[in-house]
Design a protein around this ligand. Structure first.
Ligand code: NAP
Ligand code: F7E
Length: 338
């Protein structure tokens, strides 16, 4: 039985990847951080579902601690390592740039160093991001598009990308970078815009919340479903040779377009009035959406849209969910919770 080790197992992608690999018959080892409280609905989900019965093991550890990383890899002896661990909230990375860099950049180096010390045959997946393209220099973005990150998060991911390439070339290890565009699901963290919008609008529909405060309504994102994207991660490590791949849908929507799609699905009528930060959304003359400067970023990624031709050709990967099925999946989850 193949053993895998996932750093960042308690995150959105960690959950989908674990489920996917368990189904494939892998023994899955996941690393979680020690917290004063058992922490989130995601850990509760892990503890209360199939993970109990199958070959799934949780270990405490932290990618900001070299010894913790080294000892875990030594003890578990995985065949594949997925590095999903990160401070992944872009907006926060402006306030905590050192912590973000330590986890998102140096964390990757710590894993790579451990691999070359312990066993160079371990395959490695690095969770890269479309945030590396930042202020995009070409449209759509491919594996060849130069990076221009716009946040400490993006900069840290660029470091991780290149150190992974460098270790692959220097030590001939099987290390891959996924350059993943935004992907969402019911397990998305609550700060991210899709989850924030869907959760709030569902509550507004059931009169459990009055208003939703957002920031920039006009940035554009290429949104996919996490369930599809974790399959691409695994496919990268099963390829004949290590390489880097853009994973996206090739379709783009603004935040406002996304909101309108959610409202349509929830059958909430909307009228938009005003411009810029003063733009507001009204339903039956009641304001339910407002913008606040608090939610703007010092530097923004205005537009992002990828081209997954390489992944389609080499990995035979393509997204199965479209924007509507992502929204439906997320709404169903919220409504069940309400
Ligand atoms: P997420 O929900 O924020 O999960 C991040 C995971 O990393 C959590 O399990 C978190 O643990 C863990 N973590 C944070 N700091 C750590 C540390 N110092 N040591 C060990 N674990 C740590 O992110 P996601 O959406 O699943 O994304 C997975 C990876 O893909 C991340 O690296 C992210 O940057 C990258 N990515 C995501 C997207 C996307 O759209 N989702 C797109 C491109 C790339 P806690 O639960 O304890 O916080
Ligand atoms: O923001 C705008 C915001 O925080 C999307 C991470 O997974 O994907 C994610 O990064 C857009 C931005 O995701 C609010 O300004 C407006 O333009 O959902 P987000 P992100 O920053 O794109 C990449 C690929 C990653 O790698 C990251 O880890 O939405 N926006 N109003 C808002 N965003 C938030 N969060 N909250 C608002 O109120």
């Amino acid at each position: 039985m193949k053993k895998v080790l996932i750093f960042g197992v308690t995150g959105q992608d960690g959950i989908y990847l674990s489920k996917f690999l368990l189904k494939k018959g892998y023994e899955v080892h996941g690393v979680r951080r020690r917290k004063s409280l058992s922490n989130s609905f995601r850990v509760d989900y892990i503890n209360s579902t199939i993970f109990k019965k199958k070959k799934f093991f949780l270990h405490f550890g932290d990618v900001t601690n070299s010894l913790s990383v080294l000892n875990l890899i030594k003890k578990i002896k995985p065949k594949e390592i997925y590095n999903l661990a990160a401070q992944s909230y872009v907006a926060d990375s402006f306030n905590i740039p050192k912590l973000t860099t330590n986890a998102d950049a140096l964390g990757t180096l710590r894993i790579l160093e451990s691999i070359i010390k312990i066993n160079k045959r371990i395959k490695f997946y690095q969770a890269g991001s479309s945030e590396m393209f930042g202020k995009v220099v070409e449209i759509p973005q491919t594996e060849k598009t130069p990076f221009y990150p716009r946040s400490p998060y993006g900069v840290a991911k660029v470091y991780s990308h290149w150190i992974t390439v460098n270790y692959r070339e220097t030590y001939k290890i099987f290390a891959c970078n996924g350059i993943l565009f935004n992907h969402e699901s019911p397990f998305r963290g609550e700060n991210f815009v899709t989850k924030k919008i869907i959760k709030a609008l569902c509550k507004i529909k059931f009169k459990k919340q009055k208003k939703l405060f957002l920031g920039n309504l006009y940035s554009k994102r290429d949104w996919g479903h996490a369930e599809d994207y974790v399959q691409a991660m695994w496919k990268m490590l099963q390829n004949k040779y290590p390489d880097d791949f853009v994973i996206c849908t090739g379709k783009q929507y603004s935040i406002k377009e996304f909101i309108n799609l959610v409202l349509k699905e929830l059958k909430i009528p909307i009228k938009w009035k005003g411009k810029g930060i003063k733009e507001k959304g009204y339903t039956n003359n009641k304001c339910i959406i407002e913008c606040s400067k608090k939610n703007l970023r010092p530097t923004e990624v205005d537009t992002i849209i990828g081209d997954y031709s390489k992944a389609r050709k080499i990995l035979k990967w393509r997204p199965k969910h479209d924007i509507k099925s992502i929204i439906r999946d997320m709404i169903d989850f919220e409504i069940k919770n309400i």
